[in-house]
Write a protein that binds this ligand. Structure first.
Ligand code: AMP
Ligand code: GLY
Length: 430
């Protein structure tokens, strides 16, 4: 099968690596990709917002499957656009897209939509209320009487910056006004969800679903803060481990029974067309899982541990989703633990400089994998930094400690000016 993967981060390098190993994969194209994905297939220069050019590329290259990495094209309706294309269908009658429809992608694209969905299907989540400019005064009173900390969320996509956890009512009121009245995130904050603070350990669970059946394909714990000991600003993710020791069969069974099954049943019942990944962002509150958020895509850097750990052929699973046999698929995992440790640019998640040469001084440990995130290749062939999160090293181990040690040993062989990575990924499992 000919596959087009959309995206350019570490998540897409890990997906490209996994897809390229598939028995079912003939040609793999990545748009726009990065220097890492170029080692797994052919990078093509297409803009993710340019659906028309993506459609034309599918026609010209007889693409069978489009896999969408990031959320933005999904929330903007790329699934519906490509699935409705008569020119693609004329060439490839069995063409399909891995992702949710525009309507179903609101599970990530609108916090209010996802909260209402969870309420309709009795899926455990934090209590909440939603406000707009029309009931702004009511919102202020709601905040003033709410317990602390209090969580405010811009309804729409806000590049990961739309959630504020406040420890005082005064700050919460200020944030609320900033979002709704001063339109801090434009239309994304014209509606604000206010919810209870959940205290626990955050974990990520990944599922593939065709909207009727599902398979769990992995889970991970992400380390979001920039500083060691989980301190400092939030980032896109500084490292991950998988499997997570406390996410044992009993915990995962609770996740499946109380969260995954009702979610997939809800999609079916409401005729929400979904043919892709669901990322369940969960809080483990004293052994009880609650949903913090749905994402309609894989996580980054979770994908960089979930894909290496997954033994099952990913493209085979995509095909099973399409032909209605997903429920019969066998999911198997490698026995090892996996850890990924992300190297970021100096200053990230604040301002940082790009275009720093990246030097790989010695080969990485044999079983480690280097996934590129924000890198680019200069015309003279020098690898340069091109983002906040630059690259990540994933390694297997007999324990989390061993896997993390090996990833850190890999990163010790890599150098760029200002390079920083957390040395304590997986610390609580040491
Ligand atoms: P989200 O954009 O929904 O992923 O929220 C960003 C981050 O804020 C999450 O990853 C959590 O760490 C935190 N967060 C969101 N909602 C809550 C909540 N109700 N209680 C505690 N932390 C939360
Ligand atoms: N690592 C969290 C995310 O991908 O949203």
């Amino acid at each position: 099968m000919n596959i087009l993967l959309l995206g350019s981060g570490g998540r897409e390098h890990a997906l490209a690596w996994k897809i390229s190993k598939s028995y079912h994969c003939s040609q793999l194209y990545i748009a726009p990709g990065n220097p890492g994905t170029a080692e797994c297939g052919t990078n093509v220069s297409l803009a993710l917002a340019d659906f028309q050019s993506i459609e034309q590329f599918c026609v010209d290259n007889a693409i069978d499957i489009v896999v969408v990495g990031p959320e933005e094209p999904l929330v903007n309706g790329i699934y519906d656009y490509l699935m409705a294309s008569t020119s693609i269908k004329a060439k490839k009658p069995f063409f399909f897209v891995v992702g949710p429809s525009k309507e179903a992608a609101q599970l990530e694209g609108s916090k209010a939509f996802s909260k209402k969905f969870m309420q309709r299907h009795t899926i455990p989540t934090a209590g909440y209320a939603e406000f707009t400019v029309d009931n702004f005064e009511e919102g202020k009173a709601y905040i003033a009487h709410h317990s602390l900390p209090i969580v405010l969320k811009a309804d729409g996509l806000a590049a990961g910056k739309g959630v504020v956890i406040s420890n005082t009512h005064a700050e919460a009121l200020q944030v609320f006004e900033e979002m709704i009245i001063n339109k801090q995130f434009g239309s994304a904050s014209s509606k604000v969800v206010i919810e209870e603070f959940l205290s626990g350990i955050e974990v990520s669970v990944f599922v593939l679903t065709d909207g009727k059946d599902y398979q769990v394909i992995g889970h991970a714990k992400d380390y979001k803060r920039i500083g060691e000991g989980d301190t400092g600003l939030n980032t896109g993710g500084m490292g991950c481990v998988s499997p997570v020791p406390f996410m044992d069969d009993a915990f995962m069974q609770k996740v499946e029974e109380t969260i995954i099954k009702p979610t997939v049943a809800g999609l079916t019942k409401e005729n929400l067309v979904y043919n892709g990944f669901i990322f369940f962002g969960l809080m483990n509150v004293n052994g009880t899982p609650l949903v913090i958020e749905y994402n309609c895509r894989m996580g980054d850097p979770e994908t960089e541990v979930v894909m290496p750990r997954l033994q099952t052929d990913l493209v085979g699973l995509f095909a099973a989703m399409d032909n209605g046999t997903l429920a019969d698929a066998n999911i198997s995992y490698h026995d090892n633990y996996f850890a990924t440790v992300m190297a970021v640019s100096g200053g990230y998640p604040g301002d940082y400089e790009k275009n720093k040469p990246i030097e790989v001084q010695a080969p990485l440990p044999k079983e480690s994998l280097l996934f590129h995130a924000g890198t680019k290749m200069a015309t003279d062939g020098t690898l340069l930094t091109n983002g906040g999160r630059v690259l990540t090293v994933t390694s297997p181990g007999n324990s989390i400690t061993e896997a993390v040690l090996q990833s850190k040993a890999g990163l010790e062989q890599i150098h760029f000016e200002g390079m920083y990575f957390r040395k304590d990924i997986g610390y609580e499992f040491a």
